[in-house]
Design a protein around this ligand. Structure first.
Ligand SMILES: [Zn+2]
Length: 387
């Protein structure tokens, strides 16, 4: 009996020790920065950067790793203090709920072992989240709500046009005010149940990527096996998203899904984090024809910062991707979609966004064009498309 208690006690103690040590270790391994901060740019670029009054980014997975986003982190890419330091007005925080072992760009099975399960357990999350994708999703949603609440009146959870208008107005006198939005990466999180769409809407989700790295009940992933388009269930999810006011994110979707959504949706779409095929011919990147169709739909395209989206070396290729979309369909369709904290290597963390301004200046972008890319387009897009 005594022996059993000692063994059990040791196991519990080891588990709690692991919850403190393992997630930070995994995060620092999975989210490196090529050149660490601080960053500096020319005085001219800094002046243009300082004149930006609305910087926005469409994709970061900072909620996944269990880090306290109210504190300035010494690992990863984004948290609230670093957003303020970079004068970022709005960040979309996306929820990853399942990720296949051996994840790759070409082909992943939905039956592969899920890497998020051990991470969820190692984070010390409630056992209710260990094997439930929807519970993991709702739990990360609550986490974001909690972080925002802890900021008191220095952060706003953006769920509506009026929240966004308040952010824009109040930031005129208070640059420390930041906005956070909530999205989902991969609608497998809904666990094949349309009712869960209403639950995540209630939790604050306003953007959903239909697939992630594997096929799900909605249809095929760009990195899956079937490459199929929207299923009937997928169509009913998109209809219900349009009705509720949740934006469709086409990042990671099969080309067939991109076609099907554009054919059926009455709302502009988003591609929250992507590259373009003409700069890097990767399975996750958009073709020129897709870019043109998305632009015709009034959609917005977030350019990601990591190697599988833009190639190496990174900054010049991020700029080349932005420039390609501008030259093809116009600057009004471009946004930042870093994929910060998305298990990716990036050239700089969020405090290095001024490097993009310098890069665009060197590529002869005008100041209004730079403003549009850095956040004005996102502001306009959400003012038009949030309820
Ligand atoms: Zn992604």
């Amino acid at each position: 009996m005594k022996k059993t208690i000692i063994v059990l006690g040791t196991v519990v103690l080891l588990y709690f020790a692991a919850t403190l040590i393992v997630p930070p270790y995994i995060e620092s391994q999975r989210n490196p920065v090529k050149s660490p901060p601080p960053y500096s740019v020319s005085a001219e670029a800094q002046t243009v950067y300082d004149r930006l009054d609305f910087i926005a980014d469409l994709h970061c997975d900072a909620l996944l790793w269990g880090r306290d986003l109210n504190k300035r982190g010494n690992r990863g890419h984004v948290d609230f203090p670093r957003m303020r330091e970079a004068n970022v007005a709005l960040q979309m925080f996306t929820i990853v709920s399942k990720s296949p072992a051996g994840q790759n760009m070409q082909s992943n099975s939905s039956d592969a072992f899920d890497n998020i399960t051990p991470l969820t357990i190692a984070k010390g999350e409630s056992p209710a989240n260990w094997f439930s994708l929807i519970n993991r999703t709702l739990s990360q949603s609550e986490k974001l709500a909690g972080f925002i609440e802890d900021e008191e009146d220095r952060a706003i959870f953006i769920k509506s046009k009026s929240d966004l208008n308040k952010l824009i107005t109040d930031r005129k006198n208070n640059k420390a005010l930041i906005g956070a939005m909530l999205g989902i990466e991969g609608a497998h999180a809904l666990e094949r149940d349309l009712n869960n769409l209403d639950r995540v809407y209630e939790a604050g989700v306003r953007m959903i990527g239909l697939t992630h790295f594997f096929d799900n009940k909605l249809g095929g992933s760009a990195h899956g096996l079937s490459q199929e388009g929207l299923t009937d269930f997928g169509k009913s999810v998109v209809h219900r998203m349009n009705k509720l006011g949740i934006l469709v994110d086409l990042a990671h979707c099969s080309p067939a899904i991109v076609e099907d959504v554009l054919a059926m949706t009455d709302k502009p779409v988003m591609v929250s984090h992507t590259g373009v095929k003409s700069v890097l011919d990767s399975q996750r990147n958009l073709s020129d024809l897709q870019i043109q169709k998305i632009a015709a739909n009034g959609g917005i395209i977030g350019i990601a910062f990591f190697d599988e989206a833009v190639g190496v070396p990174e900054l010049p290729n991020i700029i080349a991707s932005i420039k390609h979309v501008r030259d093809l369909v116009g600057v009004e369709h471009i946004a930042l979609g870093s994929d910060y904290d998305g298990a990716v290597t990036v050239p700089f963390d969020i405090t290095g966004l001024s490097l993009l301004v310098e890069g665009m200046m060197n590529a002869d972008f005008s100041e209004p064009e730079i403003k549009a890319v850095m956040g004005e387009n996102v502001k306009r897009f959400f003012l038009q498309n949030l309820n």
